[in-house]
Design a protein around this ligand. Structure first.
Ligand code: 4AD
Length: 459
């Protein structure tokens, strides 16, 4: 049994994130602190125990020596053990390295919660060699989240969400919160999750866009950061069935305004997160080569992209294995190759009417195409989809017909065109794809806390 030495100074409670604690060195005493966390790494030697403590705010190297290491409890230390450590914070010796160049010299500790060191040990449940997204790792996602990679991605994600909110606020957008239960589709019937809502047919929302459009008359430009749901029946590395959708709608704009705004938003968000030292540090670890995109972003019309794909040697073919022709969907594989070769963010614009959503406004100078944009990022491909919206009542009614949509459920959306229509547009950005780009993740699955995709709804 170990006892706290009453003659020592009273310990100051800190978290590992507190960096301005005074450090001892030579004959200067450092602050005596009290810090709680879990054992992340452990090295037990005869004379001393070295451990890295984590608490969600950083890593702290800790040393236990003498009698402290000779107890039965110290013998039971394992990765995951939660404890409170007391001791003096000191500079690490010259030539040694530790997080923040400091080290806690423990003089007393209390174990809070044990963790197994046998076959149930965290290391046995999650292996560093495995991809974070293989099925065993996904079953153990709750433990994987304790790892440095997963937790860094989550920290970046949190910072990115905040950076969006900050940028929207600076640009005077109002945040609104549209419903998740809806009776309208936005992006095609094939990916709707249908459910029984007190006997009525209802869906989980695919996008909050239509609701955002109803906000602009009284609120001005609006945005939301909400979940969207897609019953995607394919397993790709960039599709989830539940994802976080950053969406905005802007009133009284033209297509150029929309593109400029998108560029501004992406640039502001990147600047904000890189200005944060801690977050910049995570990004550096995860994606050492990350550089903020240079402005202006490359803009490319869909028809030029088709020519570009065909001009490659050998040409990049469509899904049927033929050269691309105007009207083809540029599928994921081709889009990825194009983005990776060009290796810059691309605003791909003016997609043909047939391959885009019913609500998109046609280009006055070429009515075969829409005022639409996909933002493509190297390594990920499409991260944003946006467009100007049809303003005209009759044209929208016509579009419902073309899409086979019954206008009845859309009365509230259609009526925006009846009560003072306006030129407006907006976009949706897939947060997980954005994070995958910044953090160089192979899949969007490691960019959410608990990914949901076909075949996975746990833990
Ligand atoms: O291109 P999408 O389908 O556009 C819309 O939903 C528009 N209504 C948005 C708007 O204008 N307000 O989706 C927008 C973005 C995509 O670019 C992609 O980043 C992301 O949402 N996304 C997905 N992310 C993960 N898993 C999926 N299954 C996704 N489907 C779309």
């Amino acid at each position: 049994i170990i006892k706290e030495d009453e003659s020592l100074p009273k310990a100051v409670k800190i978290t590992i994130g507190d960096k301005d604690v005074e450090l001892g060195e030579a004959d200067v005493r450092g602050t005596r602190v009290k810090v709680s966390g879990r054992i992340h790494r452990l090295r037990q030697q005869k004379q001393a125990t070295f451990l890295t403590l984590v608490d969600g705010y950083g890593h702290l190297q800790c040393v236990l020596s003498g009698d402290l290491t000779k107890t039965y409890e110290a013998y039971l230390f394992a990765q995951g053990t939660s404890l409170t450590l007391y001791g003096e914070m000191r500079k690490v010796l010259a030539g040694q390295s530790a997080p923040d160049n400091r080290e806690l010299h423990v003089d007393y500790y209390k174990i809070i919660g044990r963790s197994p060191s046998d076959i149930d040990a965290i290391t046995n449940r999650v292996s560093a060699q495995q991809d974070q997204w293989d099925s065993q790792m996904l079953d153990n996602r709750h433990l994987v989240l304790r790892g440095d990679t997963a937790s860094s991605v989550m920290k970046v994600r949190s910072a990115v969400e905040w950076a969006f909110a900050k940028a929207y606020r600076e640009l005077k957008f109002t945040k609104i919160s549209p419903p998740a239960f809806v009776q309208t589709q936005v992006e095609g019937g094939s990916t709707l999750f249908e459910l029984d809502y007190y006997g009525e047919k209802t869906y989980l929302t695919q996008s909050s866009q239509l609701y955002l459009e109803t906000g602009i008359p009284s609120l001005g430009n609006v945005y939301c950061i909400e979940k969207s749901f897609r019953a995607e029946k394919s397993l790709t590395r960039r599709h989830l069935s539940e994802y976080t959708h950053v969406e905005a709608e802007l009133d009284f704009i033209d297509f150029e305004d929309l593109l400029d705004h998108l560029e501004e938003m992406i640039s502001r968000v990147i600047t904000t997160i890189l200005d944060d030292k801690e977050i910049a540090g995570y990004i550096k670890e995860l994606n050492p080569d990350f550089k903020p995109p240079t402005r202006p972003f490359k803009r490319m019309r869909y028809s030029d992209a088709i020519d570009w794909l065909n001009a490659q040697d050998p040409p990049i073919l469509n899904e049927e294995g033929n050269p691309h022709v105007f009207g083809d969907d540029i599928a994921e594989a081709a889009e990825r190759r194009m983005t990776d070769i060009i290796n810059l963010p691309i605003f791909l614009t003016h997609f043909p009417v047939e391959i885009k959503a019913f609500y998109m406004k046609k280009d006055e100078s070429d009515r075969r195409v829409t005022e639409s944009v996909d933002v493509l990022m190297p390594g990920v491909g499409e991260i944003v989809g946006g467009s100007m919206r049809m303003e005209d009542y009759d044209e929208l009614m016509e579009a419902y017909k073309r899409e086979g949509i019954s206008p009845k459920e859309y009365y509230w959306y259609t009526e925006q065109r009846k009560y003072g229509t306006s030129p407006h547009g907006g976009y949706g950005l897939g947060l997980e794809r954005f994070i995958a780009w910044i953090c160089k993740q192979h899949s969007v699955r490691t960019c959410c806390l608990y990914p949901r995709f076909m075949g996975r709804c746990k833990p």
